[in-house]
Design a protein around this ligand. Structure first.
Ligand code: KIV
Length: 270
């Protein structure tokens, strides 16, 4: 299939996937090379997550990453992607103030990166901003449950919405985000039963991370699932490779070859 014939993933297609119960696959990428591999493997959605703050910049939380940083990562990702939908996180501090600020941030992301949609954390607190951004023609993905930008409010990375009051607020928030125009929602680290309830109540796709299997799709942080970053080991994380170990071994072999003058050899020289 030539690149002209590749059928791009759109919000409409994600909606159709939910209707026909085809699960949606989503992974994070922050750079050109990784995004190219994910897209060629057939991933449906590439998320330029603000987890770049942890994974790329080595910060403890997602709070320090800036809008300019996110725009840099997203523009690299967009250049590599031919088929997947590229969703870009609006980072902490660039939408919570008011809906005008939120719209300005979303427009910068769309204009300066070529991304296809933005993602924002929160429910009732952000629904006016969601409405305003969607009215400007920009697709918005919501994010509820354990929302890492609020980590200092939660005080812990443990499972959210275990109690009835928080669970009912989460269901109400999910319905409100749908009504405000979100095309999909991420649910992070909540009980599987609650995620299943939200998924059955919503017409838009629900993508889970630590939210059980009864959702419309799954997302993981690529560097975690490939074993490149190894500090983070929650129960929901399945490791599909141990690339960190593989890379270390390759680098050790390279160092040995350099020290012993085994690299380059005759055929690798001019
Ligand atoms: O920033 C991120 O990587 C995310 C996913 C964990 C959903 O928001």
């Amino acid at each position: 299939m030539s690149s002209k014939e590749i059928r791009k993933i759109t919000t409409h297609q994600l909606q159709e996937m939910k209707k026909r119960r085809e699960k949606i696959s989503m992974l994070t990428a922050y750079d050109y090379s990784m995004a190219k591999i994910l897209d060629e493997a057939g991933i449906d959605v590439v998320l330029v997550g603000d987890s770049a703050s942890n994974v790329m910049a080595g910060n403890e939380t997602t709070l320090p990453i800036t809008l300019d940083n996110m725009i840099y990562h997203a523009s690299s990702v967009v250049k590599a992607v031919k088929r997947a939908m590229v969703v870009v996180d609006i980072p902490f501090g660039y939408y919570q103030g008011n809906s005008e600020e939120a719209l300005r941030s979303a427009i910068r992301i769309m204009k300066e990166t070529g991304g296809h949609a933005v993602k924002m954390e929160g429910g009732v607190e952000i629904h006016e901003s969601v409405r305003r951004i969607v009215n400007a023609g920009i697709p918005v993905m919501g994010h509820l449950g354990l929302t890492p930008q609020s980590i200092y409010k939660f005080g812990t990375y443990s499972v959210r919405a275990k109690g009835e009051a928080e669970a009912r607020k989460l269901v109400a928030d999910a319905l409100l985000l749908q009504e405000s125009g979100c095309f999909a929602i991420v649910l992070e680290k909540i009980p599987a039963r609650l995620a299943a309830e939200v998924t059955s109540k919503l017409e838009i796709p629900v993508i889970g991370i630590g939210a059980g299997v009864e959702v419309d799709g799954q997302v993981l942080v690529t560097h975690d699932m490939l074993g490149i970053s190894t500090q983070f080991q929650p129960r929901f994380l399945r490791r599909y490779a141990e690339l960190g170990k593989l890379i270390k071994l390759a680098v050790e072999n390279y160092i040995k070859d350099v020290k012993e003058m085994n690299f380059p050899n005759h055929s690798e020289s001019y």
